[in-house]
Design a protein around this ligand. Structure first.
Ligand code: ACO
Length: 336
């Protein structure tokens, strides 16, 4: 049977450390408020003068993942790039990364799906592999939020949450009788609640797409209804966990570790309480990185592998995510 297995992972976090205390120079906030509401202590941003896009962070993460897989860029059949902060409006960051990897005509597919980008990316990669459309795929989740958020007091509800960073995963199709690799994927979306968390500009529904008047209304910055997002996240994460486990014919006891999207520590703690999970069964690193959206799960996975937590045969991870769209989903992955 055809299965999708991980051959290498990598992460890249830019160097500019921004603590909660640092944020107080631009906006009325406090370390205490941010930590209490979100668990975030610090995040990393790209250099202030610009010139670094999502594909640049993705390139560094990709080089590490390719190296660990023992692959050259030429070995890839497909690049899947997940980001809500593309380098430019079009073409997608996948094409830009393809060129930066020194490739000539390798296909590149951009997806968005925000915080659920990793889950949609794994489902897409698995479908390509199981249908023999690709054998070796590079998935990249990468975000540069810092150049697109309102760091004044007006934008503080959103600005304190997000960090920049990228994670990359090399995926390969193998023929095996073992029950390993991506075991199952579940995807959902609910566009009815799209305006719960959105970035409007540049908008094709507006003519012109951007104008000084519109920018004076701050519509070039993300807008969030934090309470709506919180309410739906704490409902959908347990729900999709159950659905994904049922689809995989597994129980929670079969899962060694859950890696949830890192949106907010309070959301993940509520999820943990609802599911009655011990601390060692759920991985969080949002305290150090903030919410890196499509980058968050692959960054966490890379850390988990580096920390040698994947330390026994058939170690099984459940990935779950919820984010703008709304979108949510789950993936079960079993190591060999
Ligand atoms: N610092 C200080 N005060 C702030 C800040 C800030 N950064 N942001 C908002 N406030 C103020 C508000 O202005 C408000 O003041 P007021 O009472 O005078 O009007 C007060 O704090 C309370 O604001 P609320 O929005 O009610 O605060 P709440 O307790 O709901 O927390 C938060 C806000 C943290 C955003 C919460 O709603 C939440 O966690 N939501 C989920 C958001 C999230 O995780 N989004 C990302 C996930 S989706 C994705 O990853 C794409």
């Amino acid at each position: 049977m055809k299965r999708t297995v991980i051959r290498g992972t990598g992460r890249y976090i830019p160097e500019r450390l921004v603590t909660n205390q640092d944020l107080t120079q631009w906006m009325d906030t406090s370390d205490e408020w941010i930590k209490q509401r979100t668990g975030i202590e610090q995040r990393y941003w790209v250099k202030e003068e610009g010139g670094v896009g999502a594909s640049d962070l993705g390139l560094e993460a990709s080089k590490i993942a390719l190296d660990r897989a023992g692959w050259k860029p030429e070995d890839l059949d497909l690049i899947i790039f997940a980001t809500l902060s593309p380098d430019i409006f079009f073409p997608g960051s996948g094409c830009l990364l393809q060129h930066k990897l020194g490739l000539e005509t390798t296909p590149a597919l951009d997806i968005r799906q925000q915080c659920t980008g990793f889950i949609y990316g794994m489902a897409t990669a698995d479908a390509y592999i199981r249908s023999n459309m690709a054998k070796r795929i590079l998935f990249v989740g990468s975000e540069v939020h810092s150049t697109g958020i309102d760091i004044s007091t007006r934008g503080r509800d959103v600005a304190v949450l997000f960090g920049d960073g990228a994670g990359a995963v090399c995926l390969e199709g193998i023929d095996t009788d073992e029950d390993i690799g991506i075991l199952t994927t579940v995807l959902h979306s609910q566009g009815k609640l799209a305006d719960g968390l959105m970035l409007e500009l540049p908008a094709s529904r507006l003519n012109p797409r951007i104008s000084v008047d519109i920018m004076n209304e701050a519509r070039q910055f993300p807008k969030m209804n934090g309470q709506i997002i919180f309410k739906h996240a704490v409902r959908r994460l347990p729900e999709v966990t159950k659905e994904t486990l049922e689809k995989a014919n597994l129980s929670i006891d079969d899962i060694d570790l859950i890696i949830p999207h890192q949106a907010n520590l309070r959301i993940n703690q509520a999820f943990q309480n609802t599911m009655n999970l011990p601390d060692e069964k759920i991985f969080n690193n949002i305290q150090r990185y903030g919410n890196t959206t499509a980058g968050s799960i692959p960054i966490a996975l890379d850390e988990v592998i580096e920390m040698n937590l994947v330390n026994k045969k058939n170690y099984t991870i459940l990935f779950v995510a919820f984010g703008a769209g709304l979108t949510w989903g789950g993936v079960v992955y079993r190591f060999a």
